[in-house]
Ligand binder design. Sequence first.
Ligand SMILES: [Zn+2]
Length: 408
Amino acid sequence: MATDELPLDPAHATETSPSSSVSARRRRTHDQVLAVLAEHGVVTRADLSRLTGLSRSAVGTAVASLLAEGLITEETTADSGTAGRGRRPTVIALRRRPGIVLALDFGHSHVTAAIATTTGRLLAESSTTLDVDSRPERALDAAATLAREILRTTDHTESEIVGIAAGIPGPLDIRTQVVRAPTILSEWIGLSPAEELGRRFGHPVSVANDADMGARGEHTFGAARTVDDFLYVKASHGIGAGLVLAGRTYPGSTGISGEIGHTRLQGATNLCRCGNRGCLETVVSITEVRDQLAHVLSSATEPATEPDALPPLAELAAQPAAARVITDAGRTIGMVLADLVNCLNPAAIILGGELSAAGAPLAAGVRESIDRYAQPASAQAVTVQTSRLQQRSELFGAVATAIQQSTT
Ligand SMILES: [Zn+2]
């Protein structure tokens, strides 16, 4: 929404000298704050100060005034990803049409649907496991079914929905909104998820690649809230990166930037689903790492541990042998990221996806490789951490996108 479409404060038109200069300054401050909210959707007071260049106290005064005028809302977020990690952030947003947003997250083998307030507070979510890659129609139907179940069980209705967004685990051509890449997510080729979902919901649906959604989730609600140049890495069954440069998601010329999972590793020869050999994701996908962990842990167990029977990664990471495997996976990912650090000079790398549940040993491995292979000045400039929203970065990115879609 453009700032000039916002309702005007009638007081602005009636104030006269001697307070006119104060009034003009106040109006400029208000306009700055409203413009940032229109562009960024949901932000904290600290974000407002950083993005407008105004002092904290000037932001505080403007926020109090805009809250009193009913132009903005302020609410404490309640995402589970921040639970137990200190005070939950209070966020500010433009006052939107009353209603709720629907967020959909498609992984390679799961679909999650959630509803949230227009300030990003999660109200309910539900997931189901299915083969998303090879059964697109079923996955899209499942998302619609899940969403309707959530609405029913929470006493909400479809008519309350003011924005819908979805992340999909494949390359989406931003020019046409159609899945385009004959070697990845091949059953989805030629399909327009936005059109298909829009038909199922009777409402426009914003769709983006899942790693881009994850980056947006962390930028709006998570670990990247204070940085404008960072890489979000979704490391699950595939490995993809969402690039945020100068505060904006960088999609590339056609929307398929960040396919780092298909970077060739020296000496690796495994056949990849893309048809090449030695791609990053053939060595460190969640499936590969779980196989390696099962192999290592089987040496101490009888009968042998199956990958599907392993404890959660977060628990395994406490065991020295498992931590070595995870750190080694981090080193391998870090080798690819080191080149990107040289190229883009990001301030942060946020590790997300299923592999990020391993936590510190994964981040330590990535850090080691960046320190070893990136140029020292670029390596020093970048922090490495796991996602704050844990497995919900993509879902919260869809929440942020759906909020942006909703207009007054
Ligand atoms: Zn590949």
